[in-house]
Design a protein around this ligand. Structure first.
Ligand SMILES: C[S@@+](CC[C@H](N)C(=O)[O-])C[C@H]1O[C@@H](n2cnc3c(N)ncnc32)[C@H](O)[C@@H]1O
Length: 359
């Protein structure tokens, strides 16, 4: 069983956990792979339109890489679109950015050994990693040609608030708590863009896909509610206490279109223009597979794996020291798998797709 590594405290304002390591995220991120697919044409378009400067190396930045499996296709496509316009004499660097606690070993093992690596068959390409938060500047001024971020920016810089009635504070009954989430989402978005405004070269482009909000509902309620009900189930069995239930939280939430547009409209961004933006219904490959094979147990297990990979380490931060965190997260996983198998439904969440240009 893979260890769950969570080093920071799960208090509001505390650091957030990376995805579950040891290759677990790579094996349990088919949902995220499906999510980013709709942003690939934007990335190819950005690579085709990038102003090229003779004799200058190219830098691609991948914000929120995790263990990297889902970066292989987009980065490979971006390199191919650029190579169609320039020879292999021009070096291409690829900066993979994530939190310091991220499992970068899995990323570099994949890059070196796996048939899916974008290094395969592509020359003069140099990957490197940055273990720092992308809500601040992580690369030098005007050094990035093409930015990419998939399934990452809806993770906030901290836990804005702890609520006893849900693991995702955006689903709390407390409007004050929900407002705190919205305020941090807005601040993080502004910080993310201001940092990219410094890093991007003039004419450089950034393509992002992340969780959005629908017009009349947030989205993802079915899965998040089932996860939280599973936490409450194990609390009912006495595996965790009231204080742990309160501390069990994860710092992700979708953004509204209004919130995304705000920094572009209030003059707080130096030289960044929003070229395209859409909020689209997210694909649900897990439910689509269920409609084909009618295997409810597989449906439950797949979703539980996806949720554990992305959220297990965050929830584990709330479990008291001395407890067997892996066993408790495993119990939530098993409960969730059964709960979802008992009532298979589509997830109904939303994806934001956007392109930004440094003008
Ligand atoms: C769901 S994973 C997405 C991984 C991959 N891009 C994909 O599409 O499958 C989100 C990633 O964002 C990272 N992340 C969260 N907050 C971050 C931050 N402030 N700075 C850099 N990376 C962050 C997480 O550690 C995690 O690896």
């Amino acid at each position: 069983m893979t260890d769950i590594t969570g080093k920071a405290a799960a208090a509001p304002g505390g650091a957030v956990a990376a995805m579950q390591g040891g290759g677990y995220y790579n094996r349990n991120s088919s949902l995220q792979a499906a999510n980013l697919t709709s942003a690939l044409p934007l990335l190819q378009d950005a690579a085709r339109k990038l102003p090229l400067r003779a004799g200058h190396a190219i830098t691609i930045a991948d914000y929120g890489v995790s263990e990297g499996r889902n970066s292989m296709l987009p980065v490979g496509m971006a390199i191919d679109a650029l190579r169609a316009r320039m020879s292999t004499d021009t070096p291409i660097s690829v900066a993979h950015i994530d939190l310091a606690s991220n499992d970068f070993t899995s990323l570099f093992t994949l890059l070196g050994d796996d048939g899916a690596s974008y290094l395969g068959g592509r020359e003069n390409v140099f990957p490197f990693a940055v273990g720092r938060s992308h809500f601040g500047q992580v690369l030098p001024d005007e050094s990035v040609d093409l930015g990419w971020s998939a399934n990452a920016i809806h993770w906030m810089s901290a836990n804005p608030v702890l609520v006893a009635d849900h693991g995702w504070a955006i689903f709390s009954k407390s409007s004050e708590a929900r407002d705190q989430v919205e305020a941090l989402l807005a601040q993080d978005w502004r910080n993310f863009l201001q940092a990219r405004a410094r890093e991007l070269r003039r004419g450089g482009r950034l393509v992002c896909q992340f969780m959005g909000q629908g017009a009349d509902r947030h989205g993802f309620e079915y899965i998040a509610d089932a996860f939280w009900a599973s936490v409450e189930d194990i609390a009912g069995q006495g595996l965790i206490n009231e204080g742990e239930v309160l501390a069990m939280t994860t710092s992700s939430s979708g953004r509204s279109q209004e919130q995304i547009r705000a920094p572009f409209e209030d003059g707080s961004l130096d030289g960044l223009a929003l070229l395209d933006m859409a909020t689209v219904e997210a694909p649900d490959p897990i439910h689509a597979a269920f409609l084909e094979d009618r295997d409810a147990q597989k449906f439950g297990r797949t979703w539980a794996g996806v949720m554990r990979a992305a959220n297990g380490p965050s929830f584990a931060l709330g479990i008291a020291a001395g407890q067997d965190k892996d066993a408790i997260i495993g119990a939530i996983h098993d409960r969730l798998a059964q709960r979802l198998a008992d009532d298979p439904q589509p997830a109904k969440s939303h994806n934001v797709l956007l392109t930004v240009e440094k003008v």
